[in-house]
Design a protein around this ligand. Sequence first.
Ligand code: URA
Length: 428
Amino acid sequence: MSTHDAVEVITTKRDGRSLSDSQIDWVVDAYTRGDVADEQMSSLAMAILLNGMEQREIARWTAAMIASGERMDFSGLSRPTADKHSTGGVGDKITLPLAPLVAACGVAVPQLSGRGLGHTGGTLDKLEAIPGWRAALSNEEMMRQLEDVGAVICAAGDGLAPADKKLYALRDVTGTVEAIPLIASSIMSKKIAEGTGALVLDVKVGTGAFMKDLDRARELARTMVALGTDAGVRTTALLTDMSTPLGLTAGNAIEVAESVEVLAGGGPADVVELTVALAREMLAGAGVDDVDPADRLADGSAMDAWKAMIRAQGGDPDAALPEAEESHVVAAPTTGVLTRLDAMAVGMAAWRLGAGRARKEDPVQAGAGVVWHARPGDEVTEGQPLFTLLTDEPARFERALASLEDGYDVEPAGTAYEPSPIVLERID
Ligand code: URA
C-alpha cells in the first residue's frame, strides 16, 4: 500500500507548504515507476515553480532523483577527479580544451555531457564533428580511459538519475523548466551520481543564458553549491558573462577548431581566460595547488592529452574537420566600433543554420554555424566581413540573417566602450 497519494502531495505544495521527506521520496519514486501520471507531476512541477522549495526539500528531492538510478564510483582511480558543468551558453566550447588541460595537470575529468537543444550547443554534437569519434562508452571503458588518459567526455548512460530524464522531458513541454529548485536538483543529481570528487559550476548570466539576471543566477549557483557540498562534493561556482558569445565561433566543427587553437597556445583571449579560470577552480577542488594550467597550455601537454582523449574514443585528432557547403558573408554597415554583439542573436542564427536541433531526434550539421570577425570593442571598417554564416542548406540563410539583424551595434569611431569582465562572481 502506498504511503501517500499524488493529490495530497500536489495540494501541499499548491497551498504553499513544505513537502515532507517521505512525500518527496514517495512522489519521485512513484513517478519514475509510472505510478504517478505525467499530468500529476506537471501540476506538482508548476506548484514548485510558483511556490518554491526550501533548501531541505531541494536536497531531499535531489537525493531521491539520485536514488532512482546508479551511482558511479571513481575512488579506485590513482588520481583525484574534478568535473565542470556549464548551464549553457553560445559559443561555449570551454569543456573541449578544459578537460584535457585539467588531465594534463594530474586530475582526472569524468565529464558526462549532453546534446544541445535550442540555441545553446551540446558538447557531444561538437565532438561528433571529429571523424570517427564516438560518444557512447561503457562504464568499464570510461574507467580505463580515465586511468590511462585522464579525461573522458562521453554521453551519460540511461542508468544515471532516470527520474531526472523523465522529469526534464516533462518540464520542457509544461513551462516548468525555469524553476530554480528543479534546475538545481536536475543538474546536481546527475553530477553527484556521476561520482566526481570536485565540481565547478559555470553559471552563465545574460541574454544568451538561461538566467538573464545576476540575482537569479546567484540564487541558482548558491543552491547548487549547497547541494554539492552537502553531498560531499567539493563544489564552487563562477558566475560568468553570457551577454556576448564566447570566442569567435558558434557551431560544431568550427568550435572544435577554435578549441584546438587554444590547446595550441593561441585562440581568443576570452576563451583562454575562462578555460584557465575554470581549470584553476577544478584543480583547487581536487587539492592540486602546485601546477599552473597556463603552463600546461604553453608547453603542449594539454594538446597531447586532447589527442590521446580523442583517439581513445575512436576519433582522428589530425583529420580535416567537415566544412559547410555554403557560406554567406555579412559586411560591416559602417566604419566605427562594434559596441554590442548579442549572444542570443548569434545562438539563434547558428541554430537556424543547422548547428542545433529543434527536436531531440533531429540531426545537426557538423559544418554549420556562425563565425564573427570582430568582438565588442574592436574597430571595424565599412564593407569588411563582420560575420560568415555557414550551412549545407542555403535556404537557411534568410532566417539566420533575420536573427542577426538586431543583434549588433556599430557606433562611430571614438565611441567609448567599457568591456565587461568574463568572470562576474565566485561562489563557494
Ligand atoms: N540542465 C539540466 O540538466 N537540467 C535543467 O533543469 C536545466 C538545465
